[in-house]
Design a protein around this ligand. Sequence first.
Ligand SMILES: Cc1cc2nc3c(=O)[nH]c(=O)nc-3n(C[C@H](O)[C@H](O)[C@H](O)COP(=O)(O)OP(=O)(O)OC[C@H]3O[C@@H](n4cnc5c(N)ncnc54)[C@H](O)[C@@H]3O)c2cc1C
Length: 98
Amino acid sequence: MNKEFIDTIIIGAGLSGIGAAYHLQKQCPTKSLAILEGRDALGGTWDLFRYPGIRSDSDMFTYGYDFKPWTDKDSLATGEKLLPKKMASRKKYALITK
Ligand SMILES: Cc1cc2nc3c(=O)[nH]c(=O)nc-3n(C[C@H](O)[C@H](O)[C@H](O)COP(=O)(O)OP(=O)(O)OC[C@H]3O[C@@H](n4cnc5c(N)ncnc54)[C@H](O)[C@@H]3O)c2cc1C
């Protein structure tokens, strides 16, 4: 029987899981990593809730990822802008590919 070992498993691909994956890949590049997400989409809260007017309460200069500085002119983000494709491009950061 083939056994596969993974050093770190992150449960959930919301903002926390994606942020954790980024830092783990950066700081522990030799360790394997997997994110297990129960839904078909990334983004957790920000993908789940799509009602009109949804936005962050915190300003994005503190709520956003430090590895993807917020450059938008508005300090509060709409839900759409908080989706992973905007917050941490999967291609750019090679997230969720290992
Ligand atoms: C309208 C609104 C505004 C908000 N504004 C702010 C704000 O301004 N500042 C702030 O700090 N917070 C705010 N929040 C809170 C926000 O939810 C968190 O900041 C953050 O998005 C939570 O991210 P998370 O990754 O920890 O959890 P989630 O976004 O909940 O993601 C968890 C993920 O884990 C997955 N999951 C859970 N259990 C399992 C399992 N057993 N197996 C596999 N997958 C699993 C879920 O499907 C989900 O995708 C706001 C929330 C809402 C709804």
